[in-house]
Design a protein around this ligand. Structure first.
Ligand code: G3I
Length: 357
């Protein structure tokens, strides 16, 4: 049995109000779990929001402000202000800080994409060393690599045909974990992936390739500590609890922990009427979390922002997220007014029924 690294550091400072006794994090903590959500600095400017966030959450992760492109829009001129503000908020509320993501093909800055291979490698090494090094000791976990598997690209190893793969070669994922470990000896180092949760052909193929990648990294002693299952669920797609449990068992057998790292539910195929829509979102959340939390390797549940009013799905960045009827999506545990929705109740009940870690 491979020894697991502790997933989470202990938060150091407690000043302003933190997790409430009846909030989701308190429910999770009773089972040895953590509940958290993605956060952007502009959310903290909304007077009612910061306290609600800290009441429900024991962990905060940057929605996009810890990304390479965001921090280093101009080569060699990093701006850490937003990422530092998120870190300061977490410390002031006594909640854990998580990083997303050291390397993601979508967030490689345009200036780096133009480089030749040796300069690109040096830029990647500097990015990982600077970001992981800056928050070392404060970061509970880092997504070291985000979304590197894409079987549709047709490679036998299932790796995504991205700028990172083309410039660094297929060993880039393992190498990224080594660089991160050198810069931060304590954070749990996470491989984060989407599109693996449902009982569809595409998700099954991705799970197979992902398991092979994780196996290869363990065999090569790459310091990967956890799998981040993003959990961007779709209410219209099939979910098979037995199949999903089987997958998590295989991940656990590799000695890895698991985080649900970006949970939300896309409701675009559900009726517009709010009561049945919220009920269906809650039902899928409950089935997914019950199956997931059965696995003791699962250590945290993190939603992708906390309130419907901040959801990326609502911003409609991807056309296939928009509802044909124009109704406003409701993918998260709190509504626009920060009231608890049926999805909140589903998460709370799943924590209450989860086995102890
Ligand atoms: O805040 C600026 C605004 O000032 C500016 O005028 C505008 C113009 O581009 O951009 C605004 O920032 C955008 C930000 O979302 C807030 O809307 C960024 O451009 C945009 O890139 C950013 O998108 C984020 C996206 O990842 C890319 O980083 C989403 O918020 C974020 O929810 C989404 O999250 C991803 C995870 O990282 C990985 N898994 C999937 C998930 C959903 O796509």
């Amino acid at each position: 049995m491979i020894a697991r690294r502790p997933l989470l550091l202990t938060p150091l400072v407690t000043a302003a109000a933190g997790p409430a006794p009846d909030g989701l994090h308190a429910r999770a903590a009773r089972k040895g779990l953590t509940f958290g959500a993605a956060l952007a600095t502009r959310h903290l400017d909304e007077p009612d929001f910061a306290d609600a966030f800290a009441a429900e959450c024991g962990l905060a992760v940057g929605e996009f402000e810890q990304q390479w492109e965001r921090i280093e829009a101009r080569e060699g001129v990093p701006n850490w202000a937003a990422a530092d503000r998120l870190a300061g908020f977490a410390a002031s509320r006594g909640i854990l800080l998580r990083g997303h993501a050291l390397l993601w093909h979508q967030r490689v800055p345009p200036w780096a994409r133009e480089m030749d291979a040796p300069r690109f490698r040096a830029a990647v090494e500097r990015r990982v060393a600077e970001a992981a090094g800056r928050y070392a000791g404060r970061m509970s976990s880092w997504d070291v690599v985000n979304e590197a598997v894409r079987p549709d690209d047709g490679r036998p190893d299932g790796l995504r045909d991205s700028v990172l793969l083309r410039q660094l070669g297929p060993g880039w994922v393992a190498e990224a974990f080594r660089l991160a470990r050198a810069a931060d000896p304590r954070a749990t180092l996470v491989y984060n992936e989407f599109g693996i949760e449902h009982a569809t052909r595409g998700d099954r193929a991705k799970r197979r390739h992902l398991l092979r990648l994780l196996e290869a990294m363990r065999a090569a002693d790459a310091p990967v500590g956890a799998l981040g299952v993003q959990g961007h669920l779709h209410a219209h797609l099939p979910f098979d609890a037995a199949e999903w449990r089987g997958f998590l068992r295989e991940v656990e057998a590799l000695g890895l922990s698991v985080l649900v790292s970006e949970l939300d539910v896309n409701d675009r195929a559900l009726p517009a009427e709010i009561t049945p829509r919220d009920a269906a979102v809650a039902d899928l959340t409950r089935r997914f979390l019950d199956a997931t939390l059965d696995c003791r390797a699962v250590r945290a549940v993190i939603t992708w922002t906390l309130s419907d009013r901040h959801s990326w799905i609502r911003r409609g960045q991807e056309a296939h997220h928009r509802r044909a009827d124009g109704a406003v999506p409701r993918p998260l545990p709190l509504d626009d007014q920060l009231r608890r929705k049926p999805m909140w109740q589903a998460i709370a009940a799943a924590f209450d029924h989860a086995p102890n870690r």
